[in-house]
Ligand binder design. Structure first.
Ligand code: KIV
Ligand code: ZN
Length: 569
């Protein structure tokens, strides 16, 4: 055992999957221009793979979701193999749960007694698809069934005949038949074609009454292009192509189930079986959410309602007891989120230029997250990797504060410092708290030292004069200054009256809100003794906001030890 462990990771014991010889390959030039016929197999293949199969309540929940999403074909179980599946089929029929435009499908092995029991389960239904299968790959033939190809073909033909015979006993039902050569992708393609042709001979489908031939990659064993070749050869060679729907059913062992299904549709498949979020045996079935969203993001109507993403996620999680990966394509919690500063910046710029009636064209966001019920809160999240773009986006989208660029840089530095120190993501409330604490009320005590109590601003010809009563925390000080504009007059007054001498580096003001609730917010950066101090203030009165922003910056200066020692001396 120890020896085999030492040598077990050794590729020489594996052989590459055999590839069909393909001449006339056309599928690479094709494009998917319409959605395939979808068949959801969550209640059968998905259910069979669960640690704890779905309860009756969970099955009903899943059924209702699949119908609500718009699936028209739903495989609901394996009634001959499972009593709960049998009972569920009976519930659907007896409780009239199946909408007229929805057809249920049931799976059965190609064995007489099981086929009879399957038809018992379907008694009284208006329309149904009976899906019969047997294994066709060499490993199954040689090691499991120990049978020659002819024996395997006989199993398929007998199964097909039995299905046809049983169906004739139920004249009030519109029957459709489906045959799967299980492990199609691991079967010699010419043999798979032969066995399917044999089944088709039995069923004699017509263009008005098509049979479904389903080609499973039961275990994904080659790259998706190989599967596409197999499907294209199949479509080119199968009999009565106009009387069959070619369906594919891929599993995800190599992580390419969606790619394989997509290439298979390019290669001629009409129908795709899969599950929501890819639940299924081993690594899962083909994920219909991903494939349908892939189509949607290319401008193709997927003919499924995927706008109800949270409902889909919640139902799948509650029925399968499997959590959704946060990076699951399209539906994961983090898939529209940008932490990186440059991504945030690009998203912010593109969103600002994106008109509602234009084709979607936003860097890093392949679709509008709003289409599946996501808000922009989740798009931009801030941690130590983020930059000014993300912080600015949150300040604007959440709090309506469109900061000037220099302020974006100053605030994002503070946010980054906080994130690095606390090693955490910084949510929008925390960003506001940092903004408020650092730039709007920067002193330790709650009351700012300097605050405007009243003011008078006059313009006489070219001279603008400010008279203001300013509280320094204890007393009111009257200042009097003049200059070009209120900030310049205030600067003059503070220098003359209080000995605070500063240069204005940046000054901006914005409106917050509209109408009677509107406020003004002012941002200023002043330089005192070679150091920059930033202040932000908001007020209903724009002049008060301007004056207070300077006073807040001056407070920051006043709270430095250097300023303290100068005041003492
Ligand atoms: O994966 C598979 O081959 C199947 C068949 C029964 C269709 O689920
Ligand atoms: Zn399967």
């Amino acid at each position: 055992m120890a020896d085999s462990n030492t040598h077990s990771f050794n590729p020489s014991k594996y052989c590459s999957a055999p590839k069909p010889v393909k001449i006339n390959r056309r599928w690479p030039d094709n494009q998917i221009v319409r959605a395939p016929v979808w068949c959801a197999v969550d209640l059968r293949d998905g259910n069979q793979a669960l640690i704890e199969p779905m309860s009756v309540t969970q099955k009903k929940q899943m059924w209702h979701l699949l119908v609500k999403m718009g699936f028209k074909q739903i495989e609901v179980g394996f009634p001959s193999a499972s009593q709960p599946d049998f009972d569920f089929v009976r519930w659907l029929i007896e409780e009239n749960q199946i909408p007229d435009d929805v057809t249920i499908q049931v799976l059965v092995q190609a064995r007489d007694s099981l086929i009879e029991r399957t038809f018992d389960a379907l008694d009284g239904i208006h329309q149904a698809i009976v899906h019969v299968y047997n294994s066709t790959s060499p490993v199954q033939r040689e090691k499991v069934f120990r049978s020659e190809k002819s024996g395997i073909v006989d199993i398929a033909i007998n199964g097909a005949r039995k299905v046809l015979d049983e169906s004739r006993k139920y004249a009030n039902t519109r029957w459709s038949f489906e045959y799967s050569p299980e492990s199609f992708s691991g079967t010699e393609t010419d043999f798979a074609i032969d066995i399917c042709n044999a089944v088709i001979e039995v069923w004699q489908p017509t263009p008005d009454n098509k049979a479904i031939i389903n080609l499973p990659a039961t275990v994904e064993c080659a790259s998706p292009n190989v599967f596409a070749d197999q499907v294209e050869i199949f479509c080119d060679s199968v009999k009565r192509r106009d009387s069959i729907l070619v369906s594919v059913h891929t599993h995800n062992d190599r992580g390419c189930a969606v790619a394989a299904a997509e290439l298979a549709v390019m290669a001629g498949a009409d129908r795709v079986e899969g599950t929501l979020m890819g639940n299924g045996e081993r690594t899962g079935n083909m994920d219909i959410v991903t494939m349908a969203m892939n189509l949607y993001s290319q401008g193709v109507d997927p003919k499924l309602d995927l706008s109800i993403a949270s409902e889909i996620i919640n139902t799948v999680e509650s029925c399968t007891q499997i959590k959704t990966h946060p990076r699951h394509p399209w539906f994961g919690e983090l898939v529209y989120t940008a932490f990186s500063g440059s991504h945030q910046d690009a998203i912010k710029k593109c969103l600002a230029q994106q008109d509602a009636d234009q084709a979607w064209d936003v860097a890093y966001l392949p679709i509008n997250p709003g289409d599946i019920g996501r808000n922009y809160e989740s798009v931009i999240r801030v941690n130590s990797q983020s930059g000014k773009g993300g912080v600015a986006f949150i300040m604007e989208s959440e709090f309506g504060v469109a900061m000037p660029r220099w302020m974006q840089i100053v605030l994002s530095r503070e946010v980054q410092r906080y994130s690095e120190t606390h090693q955490c993501e910084v949510n929008s409330q925390m960003i506001w708290q940092i903004f408020d604490a650092v730039f709007m009320q920067p002193n330790d005590d709650e009351t700012p030292q300097f605050q405007v109590l009243s003011y008078q601003f006059e313009k006489n010809r070219d001279v603008e004069t400010l008279k203001a009563s300013i509280s320094d925390g204890n007393d009111a000080v009257l200042i009097h200054g003049s200059g070009m504009g209120v900030i310049s007059a205030l600067s003059d007054g503070l220098r003359k009256t209080m000995g605070i001498d500063f240069e204005v580096q940046h000054f901006d003001q914005i409106a917050l809100g509209e109408g009677t609730d509107a406020k003004a917010m002012a941002f200023v950066q002043i330089k005192i003794d070679g150091t920059n101090f930033v202040g932000v203030a908001q007020d209903e009165d724009i002049m008060s906001a301007n004056i207070n922003s300077v006073l807040v910056a001056a407070n920051r200066y006043a709270s430095t030890s250097e300023a303290g020692s100068r005041r003492v001396s």
